[in-house]
Design a protein around this ligand. Sequence first.
Ligand code: PLP
Length: 439
Amino acid sequence: MRMRESERLWEKAKQLMPGGVNSPVRSFRSVGGAPLFMARGEGPYLWDVDGNRYVDFVLSWGPLALGHAHPAVVDAVTAAARGGTSFGANTVGETELADLLVQALPSVDLVRLVNSGTEATMSAARLARAYTSRDKVVKFAGGYHGHADMYLVKAGSGASTLGLPDSPGVPQAMAADTLTAPFNDLPALRSLFAARPDDIAAVIVEPIMANMGFIAPEDGFLDGLQSLCREYGALLIFDEVITGFRVGLYGAQGLWGIEPDLTCLGKVIGGGLPVGAYGGRAAVMEMVAPSGPVYQAGTLAGNPLATAAGTATIRALMEPGVFPAASARARRLADGIAAIAQERGVALQVGCEGTVFGLFFLNEPGARIVDGESARRYADTERWARFFHLMLEQGFYFAPSQFEVAFLSVAHDDEIVAATLEAVERAFSDPALRMRSAG
Ligand code: PLP
């Protein structure tokens, strides 16, 4: 068989970049095969360098809420570029984006723009530590908050209170200040607090876990989290890098009526260009330099192209009816996939909120995934790999990992939903997906 252009390019890329990629999630390691090189995107579609067209459910891992190359975004970025790509000084574009964020999130009085989600979560932790004069930060096992040292910590078995580095190069001392608890488990969190009532600066949470597959909070979990943080004087940090402008126009905090002390944003707020943000109550945010002593800076922070793309994206999403229509289509797709799975005897757990959805192939019919541990135990990565390739062959691009979620854009219309469901139906008739029936 003739070598595809993607394969040829990957061979070259591997000689120049670790694993031939610039972010490990892009490699096809967990599904097998060579990662695709993309040439172009438009609306809901992506084209690879071999000329194949795909319906894109990755959308750059979330940011492209309007789809690829949306005219409003392209125009805004082009106009901004013509006026100069970076000044390292104030621009009106920064204030416009900040204004949209503050208006959308009642918990946010002040916001600082940065370049990535990683910067946002890292800076939020520094601020929380300074505000509380405490060092420990709690995260939930399986939650991803970017790649700063302190967050690359998982809960090893029996080590839910002991930070253990997840990656070589993370100093033990750094990891030791990160405590982990299981998601959806308030008693475990209470125990952590009770053991160290005066040590915990903050609890950081993805209000819907979306980096371990799609795991929704159970009733009362987020409220309980807020109460515990208040009881012990710790700050509650919502990492809404994925959920922001995705699960609702007012974030997960809007859905559940929670006012976290700090919120981290990224992805959609940059509309496909590099932006992150952290913000919160004025009393906390006023501690950030130059208002206060907590240092955090950025050469390209609030970059004119990035703020233009983010502002154009959020404004278009906020147009009446746009977001609800996209959410309704995501719901229809998720419900449709669940119904096909049921019909075909494929054990599948489906989650959906706003324009995000997730599919877990279960290795035990009837199992329920509620946290990182149950995801590791019950998610069937082999079936995901099979599903991924069956969909790819039909022109539908899902994330090359069972532990990622899928995204819809406003450009994914009814026809695409219908075509996707037909493709899923064909995929689910594959014996390898049906082997373990839902019973
Ligand atoms: N927080 C969450 C919830 C994320 O999903 C991610 C990235 O996927 C990050 C933080 C880090 O963002 P970035 O990749 O922009 O550094």
